[in-house]
Design a protein around this ligand. Structure first.
Ligand code: KIV
Length: 285
């Protein structure tokens, strides 16, 4: 049985912290689920860590549909949240509903995530009324990186802090089942978490959120040029993998790999017939 949004909300009520991870393919989905994460996010961060762009903006709906298909296919238990990419929900309600339909029907998502606060609340309300669980995302919303002028901590002034509280309350009132707080000053994230019924899922927003989300590649050191301050390197897998692959390259060049241990033999008489007759062996007729 898959975990549901009710299970996630019960975790907050029981003060059980909610760990969430991104997943993009069969490997990350399998590893994330077997590690025990109750929710996996097919994030548009794949634009950076999978596609090699410098932002999430080039990610298209069909990319998230494709990766969500993979993640939902190989998991049994985790709640799968699919990100709505840039400009797939902002033009009109009709556009948002069409995008949601594809993520749920073709992708097999269990919920969608979209960025924005008060201004996007009517869209959240319509999606929820259509029966689709929505995770909201406020604070530093990466799809607005050009408007923010970079990846800056949010809510450090009175006006912006108050706006974030209004955003959080608006998405909750619109029916979101949870809200991501990205790069929100930690004391403000605590205030928001205490004011809301729904769980806050923090990233770079301190220890007092109801849950945390991190990018798979950041936790494992797999992304070569970027390691945000808000993450922790749980395994320097990138360095380990690089060394292992360099060893493989050297072994192939030096004829140390493969050996007969990784090879397959054949019957002596078959070999003898092939050696004697080549392609014209009588044995084959
Ligand atoms: O795309 C993503 O991975 C995200 C998380 C970082 C919250 O939106």
């Amino acid at each position: 049985m898959r975990i549901t949004i009710r299970d996630i909300q019960k975790m907050k009520a029981a003060r059980e912290l909610i760990p969430m991870l991104t997943a993009y393919d069969a490997t990350s989905a399998y590893l994330g689920e077997t590690a025990g994460a109750p929710m996996l996010l097919v994030g548009d961060s794949l634009g950076m860590v999978i596609q090699g762009h410098d932002s999430t903006l080039p990610v298209k709906l069909e990319h998230i549909v494709y990766h969500t298909q993979i993640v939902s296919r190989v998991t049994q238990r985790a709640l799968i949240v699919a990100d709505m990419p840039f400009m797939t929900y902002n033009a009109s309600l009709e556009q948002a509903m069409t995008s949601v339909g594809r993520l749920m029907q073709e992708g097999g998502a269990n919920a969608v995530k979209l960025e924005g606060g008060e201004h996007i609340a009517p869209t959240i309300k319509a999606i929820v009324q259509a029966g689709v669980p929505v995770m909201a995302h406020i604070g530093l919303t990466p799809q607005g990186v050009h408007q923010f002028g970079g990846f800056r901590v949010q809510g450090r002034e009175v006006a912006s802090a108050q706006q974030l509280i209004r955003d959080a309350e608006a998405v909750q009132a619109a029916g979101a089942f949870a809200v991501v707080l990205e790069l929100v000053a930690a004391p403000l994230a605590k205030i928001i978490t205490e004011r809301l019924e729904i769980p806050t899922i923090g990233i770079g927003s301190g220890p007092d959120c109801a849950g945390q989300v991190q990018v798979f590649h950041d936790l494992l050191g797999l992304y070569p040029t970027f390691g945000p301050r808000h993450t922790r390197l749980y395994a320097d897998a990138g360095t380990t993998i690089k060394a292992a692959l360099a060893q493989y390259v050297e072994d192939v060049k030096a004829q140390r790999f493969p050996t007969m241990e990784q090879a397959f033999t054949m019957k002596e008489e078959v070999l003898a017939a092939v050696q004697a007759n080549g392609a014209d062996s009588d044995a084959d007729r």
